[in-house]
Design a protein around this ligand. Structure first.
Ligand code: ADP
Length: 499
């Protein structure tokens, strides 16, 4: 049975929060309004820290600093090599503070401490190094003009970038955005999620230590409808890059259109299918699906939440998937034996429980889980539904919790049609040894990432982003750098060309 990991077997570290003010123009400052908000620990619901609450007035100051740093400061003017050197130093400082950063994300977001320590935080440094290395390789091209002209393109930074980021991967998301934007020579204003402002402020401190000039990286914690909206609608922000819900993505895009028509990129929700074919190794498939659904307690936009299993192995799959889910240890994310921490906050916790209830009411069969666990905090058992129909709410909506929906299919054609029956298109998993099936299905699914016999196969060099209502514009890879660059075409007549 699922247990709430024993508190005797591990030591809960004392987490010290060093940075709680807004970071504007190289300084930690209070909000203009003097307001603060509380960030809470999802393990207990208790307050971890009181953080300065930025709103429009603070965003104005941050944008002003970023504008000045872009228009007159050294950052866009120095060579890519020099920018890269500073970003490498920034990455080295992250490595020196891995434990402290991982702790902040654990108390802020309920993320597993060990995973943060070995994956999220080192991964953030890795991402930053990838872009540090790219900073001196940004160049345009020579054009083959049809006329007697010399033409070439310049790749220039877009300017001041607003980054609005979510709470589920506070460190990863920060560098998805800030890494390529800084390498490109942009200056940035980051609005972290109100649930998880702490690591972002720590990164601002490390950037300053590394030598990122004042005004280049600003961090303004605050709420979406105030601070976030101020970023999206600001006349002096040249581009907005957003990760979050589809609903808020639409609001951000509208605000961008109604202000200065700034380009936007959106990484939004998902309802990603994982398709398991009859020929798959059963144990491998069960493990992979478990990982796809329950990683980070299901709070991950690419979570595999619609699991299609071919009829030949369906019954055996359900049995093993339930066995594995029941073995999961839900509890304090500092406990090394635990593999699932609490949902990020009370709202998300209640929302997930509501979806579980809806699944039952709509006629799906609850095989395991379905209940909260522990006597405090926002813990939910890993949950599995079978007999799920494509049109049920739990098969259509993004739940963002540890809820697996299992469905049976017969043929390749049928499952392609079913997998595409969603407004989202973020990712898909395929489990088969048959290369013809793998190739055919990967081409037929309208999603931005296809993982064959693996899942969450993220890599700094692999562009990531959605199709359909999962958004547009890629994070990671060289594609992400393109988002923060614009192309200028320069033309001159050749000698003796009449003009
Ligand atoms: P989630 O549903 O995962 O909490 P949201 O889309 O609500 O995701 O939040 C993602 C980010 O968008 C957060 O930083 C949040 O503060 C911000 N946000 C929320 N509402 C708005 C808004 N109206 N304008 C701009 N940003 C917003």
């Amino acid at each position: 049975a699922t247990t709430n990991g024993s508190s005797k077997v591990f030591e809960v570290p004392k987490v010290e929060v060093r940075f709680t003010k807004l970071f504007i123009d190289g300084k930690f400052v209070d909000a203009v309004s003097g307001k603060t908000f509380e960030t809470r620990d999802p393990r207990t619901g208790e307050v971890i820290a009181t953080v300065a609450e930025g709103d429009k007035a603070d965003v104005d100051l941050a944008v002003k600093a970023a504008r000045e740093a872009f228009d007159n400061g050294p950052w866009p003017r120095m060579t890519g090599y020099e920018r890269g050197r500073i970003l490498h130093k920034f990455a080295d400082l992250i490595d020196e503070h891995v434990e402290e950063l991982a702790m902040l994300d654990t108390v802020d977001a309920g993320k597993l401490f060990l995973v943060g320590k070995v994956r999220d935080i080192p991964g953030a440094a890795h991402l930053l190094r990838y872009y540090a290395g790219a900073a001196d390789k940004i160049h345009g091209e020579t054009l083959k003009m049809a006329q007697r002209m010399h033409g070439y393109t310049l790749k220039e930074p877009v300017g001041v970038v607003g980054h609005i980021v979510p709470w589920n991967y506070p460190s990863t998301m920060f560098f998805f955005k800030v890494g390529p934007a800084l390498a490109a020579g942009c200056t940035v204003v980051v609005k972290p999620a109100e649930q998880t402002p702490l690591s972002a402020l720590f990164y601002a401190h490390l950037a300053r230590e590394a030598g990122v000039p004042d005004g280049v990286l600003n961090v303004v914690p605050g709420f979406g409808p105030t601070a976030g909206a101020a970023v999206a609608s600001h006349m002096d922000v040249d581009k907005v890059s957003f990760t979050g819900s589809t609903e808020v993505g639409r609001v951000v895009m509208k605000a961008a259109a109604e202000s200065n028509l700034k380009p936007v990129s959106l990484e939004l929700g998902g309802k990603s299918p994982v398709i398991v074919f009859d020929d798959a190794d059963l144990d491998m498939a069960v493990n992979l699906v478990n990982l796809a659904t329950y990683t980070n307690k299901g709070e991950i936009c690419v979570a595999g939440t619609r699991i299609y299993v071919q009829e030949g192995i369906y019954d055996a799959f359900v049995e093993k998937a339930a066995e594995l889910a029941k073995k999961s240890v839900v509890g304090d994310p500092f406990n090394p034996r635990v593999n699932q921490g609490p949902q990020v906050d009370k709202d998300q916790y209640q929302k997930v429980l509501k979806y579980i209830d809806m699944g039952k009411r709509e006629g799906a069969t609850l095989v395991t889980g379905g209940k909260p666990c522990g006597d405090k905090g926002y813990y939910i058992e890993p949950t599995i539904f079978t007999d799920v129909k494509d049109n049920m709410t739990i098969a259509q909506d993004e739940i963002f919790g540890p809820v697996m929906a299992l469905m049976k299919f017969k043929t390749v054609e049928e499952v392609i049609q079913k997998a595409n029956n969603t407004r989202y298109g973020l990712a898909a998993g395929i489990v088969t040894k048959n290369i013809d099936i793998a190739n055919t299905v990967s081409r037929s699914i309208r999603a931005g990432a296809i993982w064959i016999n693996c899942y969450f196969a993220f890599d700094p060099d692999a562009p990531f982003g959605g199709y359909k209502m999962s958004g547009f514009g890629k994070d990671m890879g060289m594609d992400a750098l393109e988002k923060y660059l614009q192309t200028k075409t320069v033309v001159t007549p050749l000698y003796n060309t009449p003009w």
